[in-house]
Design a protein around this ligand. Structure first.
Ligand SMILES: *Cc1c(COP(=O)(O)O)cnc(C)c1O
Ligand SMILES: [Zn+2]
Length: 365
């Protein structure tokens, strides 16, 4: 597989081995390769996400990093009186789907010889990057806003990562990480294009588990959109490879206390405006200014999807409902399920719907 990196703004090209996470011009990089999913190449000896290694842009000779991530169960459940499939991505090595992305991103970072990285996170991406760095023998510094819950900070520390809690909000943590990255390397789950390349296995696994077909609809929580964009990339590649006849529609759900994407979506064409942000228990998606907002809105419109909000009361009630069913998920994971309840009048009963439990409840006990 020929793999390059190309700037989405000025089209400068880089090799897979160049130690770059963004272009010299500041533009986001994209991985340039020929996506082709070949059913015969889906591994039977490899496990988890690496069964799809032939569709992941990592050169064949590279030893990939694995903590056994992926191939989580796709459980059929009855929620709010409707049948729905739930991808159990809270059952990952570090308790969130972020491990899909970290496994691929840190595989490359290790291979190109980086010894030190910095990442900013509200918790789960930080824990995931810290774990894979521990496995790779890379030093990690994780910048978390001081509001991050104690359990998540402790989890990051367990892996031996250094923790910086000097910033008070998520966007200051990001600025701090970028300034620290001058002396190390920015392993950003939002900017590094290899992260989403790992997350796309979410789509491949769902396709396989549904008997090689696509769902009609995906309903997912959205903050920075790494899950939504990764899932979209995966289904697009399945579509381009002729393995599905349509891409599902994407319904994104945000907490009403932090819903910049929903606001932008509703004010189509209107001037960008400041969104009022309040704290939310859905801390995993509390992102005031999503960097990839244009890409997210494009997925929603191209798939004829929708963006909706749920209130704190709805998130709490849904979290309670899930826990009472025996599922240990963190409150952020209740967002999409609460959205499903709210949105159910707009769904055809025959539609095949998939959602995900994104983060483990032990992170928020
Ligand atoms: C990261 C995360 C999400 C989705 O977040 P994005 O910012 O959209 O990538 C959802 N749930 C949990 C638990 C998460 O950790
Ligand atoms: Zn550029």
């Amino acid at each position: 597989m020929q793999i390059d990196l190309v700037c989405s703004r000025c089209h400068t090209r880089y090799s897979w081995y160049d130690p770059v996470w963004q272009c010299r011009c500041g533009g986001l990089l994209e991985v340039d390769y020929q996506p082709q999913i070949d059913i015969d190449k889906i591994g039977s000896e490899t496990q988890g996400i690496w069964r799809f290694r032939s569709a992941i842009p990592v050169p064949e000779k590279v030893d990939y990093l694995s903590l056994g991530e992926g191939f989580t169960p796709l459980l059929k459940l009855e929620l709010w009186g409707r049948e729905i499939y739930v991808k159990q991505d809270h059952l990952f090595p570090t308790g969130s789907y972020k491990d899909r992305g970290s496994a691929v991103m840190i595989t490359r970072i290790k291979e190109i010889g980086i010894k030190q990285v910095v990442e900013d996170s509200s918790g789960n991406a930080g824990a995931s990057v810290a774990a894979y760095c521990a496995a790779a023998g890379i030093e990690a510094k994780i910048v978390v806003p001081s509001t991050t819950s104690k359990h998540k900070v402790d989890q990051i520390g367990i892996y031996g990562a250094e923790i910086d809690r000097s910033t008070s909000c998520r966007s200051d943590a990001e600025k701090k990480a970028i300034s620290l990255s001058r002396e190390s390397y920015y392993a950003s789950h939002v900017r590094d294009p290899f992260f989403i390349q790992g997350v796309k296995t979410f789509a491949f696994e769902i396709w396989e588990q549904l008997g090689m077909r696509s769902p009609d609809m995906l309903i997912l929580p959205v903050g920075n959109g790494t899950l939504l964009l990764g899932a979209y990339l995966g289904f697009s590649e399945l579509y381009q490879s002729g393995l599905i006849s349509k891409i599902p529609r994407f319904i994104g759900v945000q907490a009403s206390n932090c819903a910049p994407l929903v606001n932008a979506y509703k004010k189509k064409g209107a001037q960008e405006h400041e969104t009022v942000i309040k704290p939310t228990i859905a801390e995993g998606i509390a992102i005031a200014q999503p960097l990839r907002n244009t890409q997210i809105l494009k997925v929603i419109s191209e798939t004829e999807g929708d963006l909706i909000t749920v209130s704190e009361t709805e998130i709490k009630a849904t979290h309670h409902y899930l826990v009472k069913m025996g599922f240990s998920v963190e409150p952020t994971s209740a967002v999409a399920i609460a959205g499903l309840k709210k949105y159910s009048n707009s769904i055809d009963p025959a539609e095949l719907i998939v959602t995900s439990f994104t983060g483990h409840g032990l992170k928020a006990i």
